[in-house]
Design a binder for this molecule. Structure first.
Ligand SMILES: Cc1cc2nc3c(=O)[nH]c(=O)nc-3n(C[C@H](O)[C@H](O)[C@H](O)COP(=O)(O)O)c2cc1C
Length: 338
């Protein structure tokens, strides 16, 4: 039997040894509230690389201090952050895995002491702060911060950049009519709502010619939100700008009850893949090798992103390989137990 989960995947100059991706997960562990990587981060990411994950995408990393989700987020808003991120990458690369970074700005979902910013001055919920509506200068400054973040990511040795355009964070707040109430060229039509992401991608590309992913929420769980037709429009725009892969998640734009089930977001990845003819990543309650193989072999997505399954078991790739009867090589030191 073919084992697509363990087939290499090449994008631009990078070849992943398999299709298993560690999905970005905030660890809220920058304990000194300064955005620096801590010993915990080194162990956390290197152990998943030892577990034979093909691509490890580190957690949402803030391009500006006011773009953090919490005070304990990782940051990349200064050159001083590069060294810690470089150490994470060395650990990941030691095991033949590739390293990605998720560049992020939380917008109105920043849970911080200081002023927060968003496309429009509306809070996410009654318990969250009301953000300040971004001026054109704020927008420019933020786009520039993504550009600088991309330059620092390159210096830190990352192989892939993923822009966080999902879960109701800043980029998503511009894209969605539920959160973008602007009447200037950044709001209104979907072309205008896309403008912030367009400028961000253009800025990132000034510094970065490697693989570029964008994570989006492919369903907003609200009747007035973006539709699949809108997401396919955004995906085509991203493709024409040179984005290599869309990592398709869902939700988080407005408070909404979601009742998840195995693979509940795969259909969004599949529709975007077919509608925009672009590679996609599937994520969300994917827990077994057989489930991953079904998604890949039916060409519903190109990469499999796993979050909680990898928190439970850093050796998930070994578990999936055993399930699929694939002879996965492990770290030399672990041969006797493999
Ligand atoms: C602890 C934790 C932190 C997360 N942080 C992020 C994040 O930083 N960026 C992001 O895009 N998604 C984040 N997510 C969402 C996951 O990447 C993933 O999309 C989601 O958990 C569904 O996948 P799963 O069913 O395999 O866990 C987080 C999820 C968890 C459990």
């Amino acid at each position: 039997m073919k084992h697509k989960l363990f087939e290499p995947y090449t994008i631009k100059n990078i070849t992943l040894k398999n299709r298993i991706v560690m999905s970005p997960m905030c660890m809220y562990s920058s304990d000194n509230q300064d955005g620096y990587a801590q010993p915990f981060h080194l162990t956390h990411y290197e152990s998943r690389a030892a577990g034979q994950v093909g691509l490890i995408i580190t957690e949402a990393t803030a391009v500006l201090p006011e773009g953090r989700i919490s005070h304990e987020d990782l940051g990349i808003w200064s050159d001083e952050h590069i060294e810690g991120l470089q150490k994470i990458n060395e650990g990941i690369h030691r095991h033949g895995a590739k390293a990605g970074i998720q560049l992020a700005h939380a917008g109105r979902k920043a849970n911080l002491r200081d002023e927060i910013f968003a496309p429009s001055a509306e809070a996410f919920s009654a318990s969250m702060k009301v953000p300040t509506e971004m001026t054109k200068e704020d927008i420019q400054r933020t786009v520039e911060a993504f550009r600088e973040g991309a330059g620092r990511s390159k210096k830190a040795g990352f192989d892939v950049i993923e822009l966080h355009g999902a879960h109701g964070y800043l980029i998503n707040q511009f894209l969605s009519p539920l959160t973008n109430k602007r009447d200037d060229e950044y709001g209104g039509t979907r072309e205008n709502r896309y403008r912030f992401l367009r400028e961000t991608i253009e800025a990132v590309k000034q510094e970065w010619d490697g693989p570029l992913f964008v994570r989006i929420s492919g369903e907003e769980y609200h009747e007035d939100g973006n539709t699949m037709d809108d997401f396919i429009f955004f995906a085509r725009e991203m493709k024409s700008q040179g984005v290599d892969l869309i990592d398709v998640s869902s939700g988080g734009v407005v408070p909404a009850a979601i009742d998840p089930y195995p693979g509940y977001q795969v259909t969004f990845a599949e529709q975007i893949k077919q509608g925009a003819d672009i590679d996609t990543g599937a994520v969300g309650l994917i827990t077994s090798g057989n489930q991953a193989e079904e998604i890949l072999q039916n060409e519903r997505a190109d990469l499999i992103f796993l979050a909680r399954a990898l928190l439970r078991n850093p050796y998930w790739p070994k578990e999936a390989a055993d399930e699929l009867g694939y002879p996965l090589e492990g770290p030399r030191q672990y041969t006797r137990g493999w």
